[in-house]
Design a protein around this ligand. Structure first.
Ligand SMILES: *[C@@H]1O[C@H](CO)[C@@H](O)[C@H](O)[C@H]1NC(C)=O
Ligand SMILES: *[C@@H]1O[C@H](CO)[C@@H](O)[C@H](O)[C@H]1NC(C)=O
Ligand SMILES: *[C@@H]1O[C@H](CO)[C@@H](O)[C@H](O)[C@H]1NC(C)=O
Ligand SMILES: *[C@@H]1O[C@H](CO)[C@@H](O)[C@H](O)[C@H]1NC(C)=O
Length: 333
Protein backbone atom coordinates (compact mmCIF):
# COMPACT_ATOMS: atom_id res chain seq x y z
CA UNK A 1 0.00 0.00 0.00
CA UNK A 2 2.81 2.40 0.90
CA UNK A 3 4.60 1.76 -2.40
CA UNK A 4 1.41 2.27 -4.26
CA UNK A 5 0.88 5.75 -2.80
CA UNK A 6 4.49 6.60 -3.45
CA UNK A 7 4.28 5.70 -7.11
CA UNK A 8 1.19 7.82 -7.64
CA UNK A 9 2.78 10.62 -5.71
CA UNK A 10 5.88 10.58 -7.89
CA UNK A 11 3.87 10.31 -11.01
CA UNK A 12 1.64 13.22 -10.13
CA UNK A 13 3.99 15.50 -8.46
CA UNK A 14 6.36 16.32 -11.24
CA UNK A 15 4.91 19.63 -12.27
CA UNK A 16 3.28 20.90 -9.10
CA UNK A 17 4.42 21.55 -5.59
CA UNK A 18 1.04 20.66 -4.19
CA UNK A 19 0.96 17.05 -2.96
CA UNK A 20 -2.57 16.46 -4.11
CA UNK A 21 -3.33 13.23 -5.87
CA UNK A 22 -6.78 13.96 -7.09
CA UNK A 23 -6.92 16.43 -9.96
CA UNK A 24 -4.20 14.80 -12.03
CA UNK A 25 -4.80 11.15 -11.22
CA UNK A 26 -7.55 8.81 -12.14
CA UNK A 27 -7.57 7.07 -8.81
CA UNK A 28 -8.43 9.50 -6.00
CA UNK A 29 -6.65 8.75 -2.77
CA UNK A 30 -9.86 8.94 -0.77
CA UNK A 31 -11.20 5.86 -2.53
CA UNK A 32 -8.44 3.78 -0.96
CA UNK A 33 -9.09 2.80 2.65
CA UNK A 34 -6.30 3.87 5.00
CA UNK A 35 -3.53 1.32 4.92
CA UNK A 36 -4.09 -1.61 7.27
CA UNK A 37 -7.68 -0.53 7.82
CA UNK A 38 -10.29 -3.25 7.60
CA UNK A 39 -13.61 -2.38 6.06
CA UNK A 40 -16.45 -1.81 8.49
CA UNK A 41 -19.29 -4.23 7.80
CA UNK A 42 -21.56 -2.58 10.40
CA UNK A 43 -21.71 0.97 9.02
CA UNK A 44 -24.11 3.56 10.44
CA UNK A 45 -25.37 6.58 8.52
CA UNK A 46 -26.65 9.80 10.07
CA UNK A 47 -29.56 11.43 8.24
CA UNK A 48 -30.43 15.01 9.12
CA UNK A 49 -34.12 15.80 9.74
CA UNK A 50 -35.89 18.64 7.91
CA UNK A 51 -38.19 21.19 9.58
CA UNK A 52 -41.92 20.38 9.42
CA UNK A 53 -43.86 17.12 9.36
CA UNK A 54 -43.26 16.25 5.71
CA UNK A 55 -47.02 16.49 5.09
CA UNK A 56 -47.73 20.24 5.01
CA UNK A 57 -48.97 20.20 8.61
CA UNK A 58 -51.53 17.45 8.15
CA UNK A 59 -49.76 15.27 10.71
CA UNK A 60 -48.17 17.72 13.11
CA UNK A 61 -48.22 21.51 13.26
CA UNK A 62 -45.74 21.86 16.08
CA UNK A 63 -43.03 24.43 15.31
CA UNK A 64 -40.59 21.96 16.84
CA UNK A 65 -41.53 19.18 14.45
CA UNK A 66 -39.02 17.84 11.96
CA UNK A 67 -39.10 14.78 9.74
CA UNK A 68 -37.09 12.28 7.74
CA UNK A 69 -38.85 10.71 4.76
CA UNK A 70 -38.69 6.94 5.30
CA UNK A 71 -37.48 6.48 1.70
CA UNK A 72 -34.02 7.77 2.71
CA UNK A 73 -33.89 5.30 5.58
CA UNK A 74 -34.87 2.42 3.30
CA UNK A 75 -32.32 3.60 0.72
CA UNK A 76 -29.51 3.45 3.28
CA UNK A 77 -30.74 0.14 4.70
CA UNK A 78 -30.90 -1.40 1.23
CA UNK A 79 -27.18 -0.70 0.87
CA UNK A 80 -26.41 -2.55 4.09
CA UNK A 81 -26.19 0.18 6.73
CA UNK A 82 -28.31 1.31 9.67
CA UNK A 83 -29.54 4.85 10.35
CA UNK A 84 -29.26 7.27 13.23
CA UNK A 85 -31.52 10.33 12.87
CA UNK A 86 -29.68 13.64 13.34
CA UNK A 87 -32.59 15.72 14.60
CA UNK A 88 -31.62 19.20 13.48
CA UNK A 89 -33.04 21.07 16.48
CA UNK A 90 -31.53 18.81 19.13
CA UNK A 91 -28.90 20.49 21.33
CA UNK A 92 -25.51 20.72 19.54
CA UNK A 93 -23.88 18.44 22.16
CA UNK A 94 -26.29 15.64 21.25
CA UNK A 95 -25.81 16.19 17.53
CA UNK A 96 -22.05 16.08 17.96
CA UNK A 97 -22.30 12.93 20.01
CA UNK A 98 -24.39 11.32 17.29
CA UNK A 99 -21.90 12.40 14.61
CA UNK A 100 -19.30 10.43 16.52
CA UNK A 101 -21.49 7.32 16.28
CA UNK A 102 -21.83 7.28 12.49
CA UNK A 103 -19.69 6.44 9.45
CA UNK A 104 -21.21 8.92 7.04
CA UNK A 105 -23.97 11.49 6.67
CA UNK A 106 -26.87 11.98 4.25
CA UNK A 107 -28.46 15.38 3.61
CA UNK A 108 -31.93 14.68 2.18
CA UNK A 109 -34.19 16.74 -0.07
CA UNK A 110 -36.61 19.42 1.09
CA UNK A 111 -37.06 23.15 0.77
CA UNK A 112 -35.65 25.13 3.72
CA UNK A 113 -32.52 27.12 2.90
CA UNK A 114 -32.08 29.41 5.91
CA UNK A 115 -32.32 29.85 9.66
CA UNK A 116 -31.28 27.32 12.26
CA UNK A 117 -31.62 24.42 9.83
CA UNK A 118 -29.15 26.00 7.39
CA UNK A 119 -26.69 26.67 10.20
CA UNK A 120 -26.86 23.09 11.43
CA UNK A 121 -26.32 21.72 7.92
CA UNK A 122 -23.33 24.03 7.51
CA UNK A 123 -21.84 22.97 10.82
CA UNK A 124 -22.29 19.26 10.02
CA UNK A 125 -20.63 19.83 6.64
CA UNK A 126 -17.66 21.48 8.36
CA UNK A 127 -17.53 18.56 10.77
CA UNK A 128 -17.46 16.09 7.84
CA UNK A 129 -14.55 17.96 6.25
CA UNK A 130 -12.76 17.99 9.60
CA UNK A 131 -13.21 14.25 10.08
CA UNK A 132 -11.72 13.61 6.64
CA UNK A 133 -8.87 16.06 7.23
CA UNK A 134 -8.26 14.20 10.49
CA UNK A 135 -7.69 10.97 8.59
CA UNK A 136 -11.04 9.22 8.64
CA UNK A 137 -12.82 8.40 5.40
CA UNK A 138 -16.20 9.92 6.25
CA UNK A 139 -18.59 10.21 3.29
CA UNK A 140 -21.38 12.71 2.77
CA UNK A 141 -24.17 12.23 0.24
CA UNK A 142 -26.25 15.36 -0.39
CA UNK A 143 -29.52 14.90 -2.29
CA UNK A 144 -31.54 17.67 -4.00
CA UNK A 145 -31.95 20.35 -1.30
CA UNK A 146 -28.86 18.86 0.33
CA UNK A 147 -26.93 19.46 -2.88
CA UNK A 148 -28.31 23.00 -3.18
CA UNK A 149 -27.26 23.76 0.41
CA UNK A 150 -23.77 22.42 -0.28
CA UNK A 151 -23.57 24.68 -3.34
CA UNK A 152 -24.49 27.69 -1.16
CA UNK A 153 -22.08 26.71 1.61
CA UNK A 154 -19.06 25.78 -0.52
CA UNK A 155 -19.42 28.71 -2.95
CA UNK A 156 -19.82 31.08 0.02
CA UNK A 157 -22.56 32.71 -2.03
CA UNK A 158 -26.08 32.30 -0.62
CA UNK A 159 -27.54 33.63 -3.87
CA UNK A 160 -25.79 31.19 -6.17
CA UNK A 161 -28.87 29.09 -6.97
CA UNK A 162 -30.89 29.72 -10.11
CA UNK A 163 -34.46 28.71 -10.92
CA UNK A 164 -35.08 25.62 -12.99
CA UNK A 165 -38.30 23.89 -13.87
CA UNK A 166 -37.89 20.25 -12.89
CA UNK A 167 -40.77 19.41 -10.56
CA UNK A 168 -41.81 15.78 -10.93
CA UNK A 169 -39.61 15.47 -14.00
CA UNK A 170 -37.76 12.18 -14.58
CA UNK A 171 -34.72 12.88 -16.73
CA UNK A 172 -31.49 11.56 -18.16
CA UNK A 173 -27.99 12.18 -16.85
CA UNK A 174 -25.56 13.58 -19.39
CA UNK A 175 -21.97 12.49 -18.84
CA UNK A 176 -19.30 14.83 -20.20
CA UNK A 177 -17.42 13.25 -23.12
CA UNK A 178 -14.44 11.18 -21.99
CA UNK A 179 -15.23 11.60 -18.30
CA UNK A 180 -13.43 9.16 -16.05
CA UNK A 181 -16.01 7.71 -13.69
CA UNK A 182 -13.40 6.19 -11.43
CA UNK A 183 -13.77 7.83 -8.05
CA UNK A 184 -17.36 8.91 -8.69
CA UNK A 185 -20.71 7.55 -7.58
CA UNK A 186 -20.98 5.73 -10.91
CA UNK A 187 -17.72 3.82 -10.75
CA UNK A 188 -19.42 0.47 -10.24
CA UNK A 189 -22.69 1.10 -12.08
CA UNK A 190 -23.01 -1.55 -14.80
CA UNK A 191 -22.22 -0.10 -18.26
CA UNK A 192 -25.67 -0.99 -19.64
CA UNK A 193 -27.29 0.97 -16.81
CA UNK A 194 -25.08 4.02 -17.41
CA UNK A 195 -26.12 3.90 -21.04
CA UNK A 196 -29.79 3.73 -20.06
CA UNK A 197 -29.40 6.65 -17.65
CA UNK A 198 -27.88 8.67 -20.47
CA UNK A 199 -30.74 7.86 -22.86
CA UNK A 200 -33.91 7.13 -20.90
CA UNK A 201 -35.70 9.22 -18.27
CA UNK A 202 -35.03 6.93 -15.32
CA UNK A 203 -33.45 9.47 -12.96
CA UNK A 204 -36.00 11.27 -10.78
CA UNK A 205 -35.74 15.07 -10.65
CA UNK A 206 -37.98 17.08 -8.35
CA UNK A 207 -36.67 20.60 -7.80
CA UNK A 208 -37.15 24.24 -8.74
CA UNK A 209 -33.65 25.47 -8.01
CA UNK A 210 -30.24 24.37 -9.16
CA UNK A 211 -27.03 25.64 -10.67
CA UNK A 212 -25.95 25.98 -14.29
CA UNK A 213 -22.52 24.72 -15.37
CA UNK A 214 -21.60 28.33 -16.27
CA UNK A 215 -22.36 29.63 -12.81
CA UNK A 216 -20.67 26.62 -11.26
CA UNK A 217 -17.42 27.24 -13.16
CA UNK A 218 -17.52 30.96 -12.49
CA UNK A 219 -17.43 30.46 -8.73
CA UNK A 220 -13.92 29.22 -8.01
CA UNK A 221 -14.76 28.23 -4.44
CA UNK A 222 -17.24 25.77 -5.91
CA UNK A 223 -15.32 24.56 -8.96
CA UNK A 224 -12.11 24.07 -6.99
CA UNK A 225 -13.96 21.93 -4.45
CA UNK A 226 -16.24 19.91 -6.75
CA UNK A 227 -16.04 18.55 -10.24
CA UNK A 228 -19.13 18.14 -12.40
CA UNK A 229 -19.91 14.49 -13.10
CA UNK A 230 -23.27 14.88 -14.86
CA UNK A 231 -25.68 17.54 -16.10
CA UNK A 232 -29.39 17.32 -16.90
CA UNK A 233 -31.97 19.41 -18.75
CA UNK A 234 -35.08 21.00 -17.21
CA UNK A 235 -38.55 21.43 -18.72
CA UNK A 236 -37.44 24.76 -20.23
CA UNK A 237 -34.42 23.09 -21.91
CA UNK A 238 -32.01 24.79 -19.52
CA UNK A 239 -29.02 22.70 -18.45
CA UNK A 240 -28.14 22.31 -14.79
CA UNK A 241 -25.51 20.43 -12.83
CA UNK A 242 -27.02 17.15 -11.65
CA UNK A 243 -24.10 15.25 -10.04
CA UNK A 244 -20.93 16.58 -8.41
CA UNK A 245 -18.00 14.87 -6.72
CA UNK A 246 -15.65 16.66 -4.37
CA UNK A 247 -12.09 16.51 -5.67
CA UNK A 248 -10.40 15.72 -2.37
CA UNK A 249 -13.23 14.47 -0.15
CA UNK A 250 -15.76 11.64 -0.24
CA UNK A 251 -18.51 14.26 -0.64
CA UNK A 252 -21.06 13.66 -3.39
CA UNK A 253 -24.00 15.79 -4.50
CA UNK A 254 -27.03 14.56 -6.45
CA UNK A 255 -29.56 17.11 -7.65
CA UNK A 256 -31.65 13.98 -8.41
CA UNK A 257 -33.40 11.58 -6.06
CA UNK A 258 -31.89 8.09 -5.93
CA UNK A 259 -34.29 7.05 -3.15
CA UNK A 260 -37.61 7.82 -4.88
CA UNK A 261 -37.47 5.25 -7.71
CA UNK A 262 -37.76 2.30 -5.35
CA UNK A 263 -39.48 3.84 -2.32
CA UNK A 264 -41.85 6.70 -3.20
CA UNK A 265 -45.20 6.47 -5.02
CA UNK A 266 -46.80 9.90 -4.54
CA UNK A 267 -45.63 11.63 -7.73
CA UNK A 268 -46.86 10.40 -11.12
CA UNK A 269 -43.45 10.89 -12.75
CA UNK A 270 -41.38 8.62 -10.52
CA UNK A 271 -39.87 5.89 -12.70
CA UNK A 272 -40.38 2.38 -11.31
CA UNK A 273 -39.02 0.23 -14.14
CA UNK A 274 -36.47 -2.46 -13.38
CA UNK A 275 -33.68 -0.20 -14.62
CA UNK A 276 -34.96 2.68 -12.50
CA UNK A 277 -34.90 0.46 -9.41
CA UNK A 278 -31.34 -0.51 -10.30
CA UNK A 279 -30.44 3.18 -10.22
CA UNK A 280 -31.64 3.30 -6.58
CA UNK A 281 -29.80 0.10 -5.72
CA UNK A 282 -26.49 1.06 -7.32
CA UNK A 283 -26.55 4.50 -5.71
CA UNK A 284 -27.20 2.92 -2.29
CA UNK A 285 -24.37 0.45 -2.86
CA UNK A 286 -22.03 3.29 -3.70
CA UNK A 287 -22.83 5.39 -0.62
CA UNK A 288 -22.73 2.52 1.85
CA UNK A 289 -19.51 1.16 0.27
CA UNK A 290 -17.94 4.54 1.02
CA UNK A 291 -19.13 4.41 4.63
CA UNK A 292 -17.52 0.99 5.14
CA UNK A 293 -14.15 2.71 4.72
CA UNK A 294 -14.75 4.86 7.80
CA UNK A 295 -12.55 3.85 10.70
CA UNK A 296 -15.05 5.05 13.31
CA UNK A 297 -16.07 2.14 15.59
CA UNK A 298 -18.58 3.38 18.16
CA UNK A 299 -19.74 1.20 21.03
CA UNK A 300 -22.74 -0.92 20.21
CA UNK A 301 -24.73 0.13 23.28
CA UNK A 302 -24.66 3.81 22.39
CA UNK A 303 -25.61 3.03 18.81
CA UNK A 304 -28.63 0.88 19.66
CA UNK A 305 -29.99 3.67 21.79
CA UNK A 306 -29.96 6.16 18.93
CA UNK A 307 -30.96 4.04 15.93
CA UNK A 308 -34.02 4.97 13.86
CA UNK A 309 -35.59 1.70 15.10
CA UNK A 310 -36.44 3.61 18.28
CA UNK A 311 -38.97 5.64 16.24
CA UNK A 312 -42.10 4.67 14.34
CA UNK A 313 -42.76 5.88 10.79
CA UNK A 314 -46.16 7.36 9.95
CA UNK A 315 -48.03 6.46 6.79
CA UNK A 316 -48.94 9.73 5.08
CA UNK A 317 -49.25 8.73 1.44
CA UNK A 318 -53.00 8.20 1.56
CA UNK A 319 -54.09 11.76 2.29
CA UNK A 320 -53.15 13.29 -1.04
CA UNK A 321 -50.36 14.90 -2.96
CA UNK A 322 -48.45 18.10 -2.51
CA UNK A 323 -44.93 19.19 -3.11
CA UNK A 324 -44.17 16.96 -0.14
CA UNK A 325 -45.48 13.73 -1.51
CA UNK A 326 -43.92 11.19 0.79
CA UNK A 327 -45.47 7.83 1.51
CA UNK A 328 -43.99 7.39 4.97
CA UNK A 329 -42.24 9.84 7.29
CA UNK A 330 -40.54 9.72 10.66
CA UNK A 331 -41.69 12.74 12.68
CA UNK A 332 -39.65 14.08 15.61
CA UNK A 333 -41.01 16.71 17.98
C1 LIG B 1 -52.52 22.05 11.21
O1 LIG B 1 -53.09 23.29 10.83
C2 LIG B 1 -53.89 23.23 9.66
C3 LIG B 1 -54.35 24.64 9.35
O2 LIG B 1 -54.74 25.31 10.49
C4 LIG B 1 -55.03 22.27 9.89
O3 LIG B 1 -55.81 22.15 8.71
C5 LIG B 1 -54.50 20.92 10.25
O4 LIG B 1 -55.54 20.01 10.56
C6 LIG B 1 -53.58 21.02 11.45
N1 LIG B 1 -52.95 19.72 11.66
C7 LIG B 1 -52.98 19.07 12.81
C8 LIG B 1 -52.29 17.75 12.84
O5 LIG B 1 -53.53 19.50 13.81
C1 LIG C 1 -47.11 16.54 17.41
O1 LIG C 1 -47.01 17.76 18.08
C2 LIG C 1 -47.38 17.75 19.42
C3 LIG C 1 -47.25 19.16 19.95
O2 LIG C 1 -48.05 20.04 19.20
C4 LIG C 1 -46.58 16.74 20.20
O3 LIG C 1 -46.99 16.71 21.55
C5 LIG C 1 -46.75 15.40 19.56
O4 LIG C 1 -45.97 14.44 20.21
C6 LIG C 1 -46.37 15.44 18.10
N1 LIG C 1 -46.63 14.17 17.43
C7 LIG C 1 -45.65 13.49 16.82
C8 LIG C 1 -46.08 12.23 16.14
O5 LIG C 1 -44.52 13.82 16.80
C1 LIG D 1 -10.19 2.70 -12.68
O1 LIG D 1 -9.15 2.42 -11.78
C2 LIG D 1 -8.70 1.08 -11.79
C3 LIG D 1 -7.60 0.90 -10.77
O2 LIG D 1 -7.67 1.80 -9.77
C4 LIG D 1 -8.18 0.73 -13.18
O3 LIG D 1 -7.83 -0.62 -13.21
C5 LIG D 1 -9.26 1.02 -14.21
O4 LIG D 1 -8.73 0.78 -15.50
C6 LIG D 1 -9.73 2.43 -14.10
N1 LIG D 1 -10.83 2.63 -15.04
C7 LIG D 1 -10.89 3.70 -15.82
C8 LIG D 1 -12.09 3.80 -16.69
O5 LIG D 1 -10.07 4.58 -15.79
C1 LIG E 1 -15.10 32.58 -2.16
O1 LIG E 1 -14.86 32.54 -0.76
C2 LIG E 1 -14.31 33.72 -0.20
C3 LIG E 1 -14.08 33.47 1.27
O2 LIG E 1 -13.28 32.35 1.46
C4 LIG E 1 -15.26 34.87 -0.41
O3 LIG E 1 -14.68 36.04 0.12
C5 LIG E 1 -15.55 35.04 -1.88
O4 LIG E 1 -16.51 36.02 -2.09
C6 LIG E 1 -16.04 33.72 -2.50
N1 LIG E 1 -16.15 33.84 -3.93
C7 LIG E 1 -17.30 34.02 -4.56
C8 LIG E 1 -17.21 34.15 -6.05
O5 LIG E 1 -18.38 34.07 -3.99
Amino acid sequence: MKNYFWIIFLFCNQSTAEPTLVPCCTNPSHRVPPSGMKLNYHPIIGIISHPGDGASGRLNNSTKASYIAASYVKFVESGGARVIPLIYNEPPEILNKKLNLVNGVLFPGGSIKRGHFFEVVESIFKNVVKKNDGGDHFPLLAVCLGFELLAMIVSKDKNILEEFSAIDYPSTLMFPRNINLNGTAFERFPPYLLQKMAKENIVMEHHQYGISPEKFHKNKNLSNFFKIVTTSTCKNRKIYVSTVQARKYPVTGFQWHPEKNAYEWGLPGIPHSESAIQVTQNAANFFVRESRKSSNRPSNGEVLDKLIYNYKPTYCGKAGRGFESFDQVYIFS
